[in-house]
Design a protein around this ligand. Structure first.
Ligand SMILES: [Mg+2]
Length: 231
C-alpha cells in the first residue's frame, strides 16, 4: 500500500530542542550571574546538564521515573555536580526553563523545506511526541509549523510514551490512518524505531549522531532533506 500518512517525532527531529535548550540555559545562567557567584563555566555546566537530562529522559522513556522526578532533578543534579546544593536555585532554573525556552524556536536544518515538499506531494502530516502536553503544541505554533499537521499527539494526553504501541494506536486512530499506509520519522532509536516496528509500522531513523547502525531494511537519514530519497 502507498504511504499516505507521515508521523513526525518533534524534539530534535523537527524542533531543535538541543539548540533551543542551550540558548535558554545560557540566558538564565548569565542573568543569574552563575559564573560570577559560583565560578562555574557555562560550557562545562551545559555539557553536564545535557548528559544528566538525556539519562533522565531515557529513564522516563523506560518507565523508571516520572516527569516530576526529572523536573526536580535535572538542574539540581547538575548544580550538585559543581558542589552547589541549592533547591531554590534549581527550582528557579526548572520553572523558567520551559517558559523561556519557547522564546527560542530554532528548527532542525531543512525542516520547513521538507515539510513544504511533503505537503506538495499530498501526504498528510502528524506529530507524535514524548514531550510534555502543555509544551508540544506551543512549540509547533511558536515555531510556525503547526499549519502543516493534521494531528498532534503528546504522550501526556495518552498516558503512555513511545515505544509503547498504545501511543501509536491512539495517534493513528485520531488520524483514521492505517498502519500499512503510515510511516514514522524520528531520532530516538528505542522510542521511534523500535517503537514503530513493534507496533508494525514503517519508520525512517533520523541518525543525527551518525551511529550508522547496520540493520537489514533500515531506512536511515542523517539530514532531513534525505527524506526525499524515500518519500
Ligand atoms: Mg526526538
Amino acid at each position: 500500500m502507498k504511504i499516505q500518512h507521515i508521523f513526525f517525532d518533534l524534539d530534535n527531529t523537527l524542533w531543535d530542542h538541543r539548540k533551543n535548550a542551550y540558548l535558554t540555559i545560557k540566558n538564565l545562567f548569565e542573568k543569574e550571574e552563575i559564573t560570577l557567584k559560583y565560578s562555574i563555566d557555562f560550557e562545562e555546566f551545559h555539557s553536564v546538564y545535557h548528559d544528566i537530562n538525556e539519562r533522565l529522559w531515557e529513564q522516563i522513556r523506560d518507565g523508571i521515573i516520572g516527569k516530576e522526578y526529572l523536573r526536580k532533578h535535572r538542574f539540581y543534579d547538575t548544580f550538585r555536580h559543581f558542589g552547589v546544593e541549592d533547591e531554590n536555585l534549581s527550582e528557579f532554573f526548572e520553572e523558567h526553563f520551559l517558559d523561556k525556552m519557547l522564546y527560542h524556536n530554532e528548527l532542525v536544518e531543512g525542516a520547513v523545506y521538507i515539510l513544504d515538499y511533503l505537503k506538495s506531494k499530498n501526504y498528510t502530516l502528524h506529530i507524535i511526541s514524548n514531550g510534555f502536553q502543555e509544551v508540544t503544541e506551543r512549540k509547533c505554533i511558536l515555531s510556525g509549523i503547526d499549519k502543516y499537521f493534521q494531528t498532534i499527539t503528546s504522550a501526556d494526553s495518552v498516558g503512555v510514551r513511545k515505544p509503547n504501541p498504545l501511543i501509536f494506536e491512539y495517534s493513528l486512530g485520531l488520524s483514521s490512518a492505517d498502519k500499512e499506509e503510515s510511516i514514522l520519522i524520528g531520532d530516538d532509536w528505542i522510542a521511534d524505531v523500535v517503537g514503530a516496528r513493534r507496533f508494525g509500522m514503517d519508520v525512517i531513523f533520523f541518525d543525527v549522531y551518525k551511529e550508522n547502525r547496520q540493520e537489514e531494511n533500515l531506512k536511515s537519514i542523517t539530514h532531513l532533506l534525505q527524506i526525499k530519497d524515500y518519500l
